[in-house]
Structures are given as structure tokens and as C-alpha cells.
Ligand binder design. Structure first.
Ligand code: BMA
Length: 307
């Protein structure tokens, strides 16, 4: 099967543009989850001041969104634990009855990972930043593994990071993180040869943890971001069972090709709807697109086109 038929883009793409929020310059790389009989999301809004802020949005169908024009106010009880003026690329994972938000909380010392929890998307408790800077991508697994919270994360540098490997880490209490294990890095050549980073939270399947990730290569004109897929061992998720040699999605549409940063397809959240995986992704650092795949076909594709 050709890769273009695994994910089918929604015909009404892009589903969210800057028009959704009055002060927005762009809305992209955001985190959407099922919530009660609808959907909730934590959205990355790049404002007209070029501060990057996080906003809650809600939707009945996951397509038409109502995004709060005011950014999320988190409570930490400690003035030194706060939301940075550059807060971006959120991921949200449900574990039990709690939603865990991770994002890039870009402190003075460089990009850092922020962590918050909420049950209702109204009150957010911010925790200590779980990892030291610089680190730009982090997502929590949807259940504890071997009794511990588990994450995938991607150490980086303070700039545009011309490298990047995915690591696994665990914590007994959301405060102390360790046992960092290498999961996978860029390849020798091809669409994922510069860096890779975890996308939406891994999804548990009988074939392993299904991970959609971003892969980047460096063209004469700069970075190009695409989406790939992997299956990780259920008990030891740092062990890669399969990983796509061919990309799953590449920026081919005009709204993915042209924008504040051109040629960026950045997968950031995924929702399971029966046998379908609905993927939300940032387009050219400007707007949000949606695409769907049959989960069995997706897993077959990853296995057949593995490195
Ligand atoms: C990465 C992140 C993403 C962004 C991408 C392309 O380093 O900052 O937010 O989509 O670059 O600009």
C-alpha cells in the first residue's frame, strides 16, 4: 500500500487557523483529547507580540473549536515554578481521571519541559519542570509502566537543534525522574536523518506501543518535518520493534508547505475513534490539520516498511 493512503487528510483542512483567537498570529502544534462526550485541547497560540501561550479549547466534534482567547493560568504554589512566556508544543495524556500536560516551557536557560495536571481543563496544577534544559519534546505514557510514570523526551540545544534522539525515562512520583534509556535517533540518510522527536502519546496495541513521531531532514532550504511511526515493546518501551523506513506523512499540501516555517508537518496529538486513529498536526508553524488512518492498516504499514 502506498504511504499516501495510510493517512487520509480531512478535506476541510486546515481545521484551525489564527482566526480562532483574536490576538493570534498562528495556532499550531496542539494537543487534543477525548473529554466526556466531546473533545478538549491545549492549544499553542503564537500571539501578535510573538509570545507563545497555551489556551484551552473545546469542541463537540473535534473539528469545530471554541478556543479561549485568554491563556491558561496555572497554580504551582511556588513563584519559581511558572509558565514561561514561550510555552509551546503541548502534549496531553489521560491517566486514570487526570490529564497530564507537558510542553516546552522555554526558560532563560533554554527550552525546558513543563508539567501540569488537570481534571477539568479549568484548574491546572503546575509541577516542577521534570527535566533540565535544554529539552524540547516530552510526552507521558497513558498508563504506568512497571509501576512508574513513563515519558518519551528529546534533549536539544538552545537554538534550532541540528540533532536529536528520543529517550525514555520514569518517575515514581512525577518529581524524581531517571533511568533514561535511549530509544532511537536519526538515520544515516533520508527524511529522518537530522533529528527525531516523540509526537502524540503512545497508544497501547497488542502489537506494542504505537508511536507517531516527527522526523526531520535538512534540505538546501532548511529543515523539513514529516511524520513516521514506530512500535515499541509493551514492557520495555525503549526497545524498538518496528520503525518506518518510509514516512507516513510528508508536507505536500500548500498549507503544510507555506507558512511561518515552511515544510513542517508536526504530529502532536492522536485520538482513537473505534478502528480509526485521528491525528492532529501542526502545519508550517501556522495552522492545524487533521488526518485519519485505520489502525490495523497503520500497524501493517509500519511492520512492512520497517527499517
Ligand atoms: C521545532 C519546534 C516546533 C516547530 C519546529 C519547526 O524546533 O520549535 O515548535 O514546529 O521547530 O519550526
Amino acid at each position: 500500500m502506498a504511504n499516501e493512503t495510510v493517512f487520509r487528510r480531512y478535506k476541510g483542512n486546515p481545521i484551525i487557523t489564527a482566526k480562532a483567537v483574536p490576538r493570534a498570529n498562528s495556532i499550531h502544534n496542539s494537543a487534543i483529547v477525548r473529554y466526556k462526550d466531546g473533545y478538549m485541547g491545549v492549544f499553542r497560540v503564537d500571539e501578535i507580540s510573538m509570545d507563545y501561550t497555551l489556551h484551552v479549547g473545546k469542541s463537540r466534534d473535534g473539528i469545530r473549536w471554541d478556543i479561549d482567547p485568554k491563556s491558561i493560568k496555572m497554580k504551582s504554589g511556588d513563584p519559581e515554578v511558572s509558565v514561561a512566556t514561550h510555552s509551546y508544543d503541548p502534549r496531553v495524556t489521560k491517566l486514570g481521571d487526570t490529564y497530564y500536560v507537558t510542553w516546552c516551557n522555554a526558560a532563560g536557560q533554554g527550552p525546558c519541559i513543563g508539567l501540569a495536571t488537570t481534571k477539568d481543563f479549568k484548574a491546572f496544577k503546575q509541577w516542577e519542570n521534570p527535566l533540565p534544559p535544554p529539552n524540547r519534546n516530552c510526552v507521558i505514557f497513558p498508563r504506568k509502566i512497571n509501576g512508574k510514570f513513563a515519558i518519551l523526551h528529546r534533549p536539544s540545544d538552545r537554538g534550532h537543534t541540528p540533532f536529536g534522539d528520543i529517550f525514555y525515562a520514569t518517575s515514581p512520583d512525577l518529581i524524581h525522574w531517571g533511568c533514561h534509556r535511549f530509544v532511537f535517533g536519526p538515520t544515516q540518510g533520508g527524511w529522518q536523518s537530522t533529528k527525531v522527536g516523540p509526537g502524540p502519546h503512545p497508544i497501547e496495541t497488542k502489537d506494542g506501543w504505537l508511536l507517531i513521531y516527527h522526523g526531520v531532514w535538512t534540505s538546501c532550504n532548511g529543515y523539513i518535518y514529516s511524520a513516521g511511526g514506530a512500535l515499541l515493546d509493551l514492557k520495555k518501551p525503549w526497545k524498538v520493534l518496528y520503525r518506518t523506513r518510509d514516512y507516513l506523512m510528508y508536507p505536500t499540501e500548500l498549507y503544510e508547505r507555506v507558512g511561518d516555517v515552511s515544510n513542517v508537518l508536526f504530529p502532536s496529538s492522536a485520538v482513537v475513534e473505534g478502528k480509526t486513529l485521528r491525528l492532529y498536526y501542526g502545519c508550517a508553524d501556522t495552522c492545524i490539520g487533521m488526518a485519519e488512518a485505520n489502525i490495523d492498516e497503520l500497524i501493517r504499514f509500519i511492520k512492512r516498511h520497517s527499517l
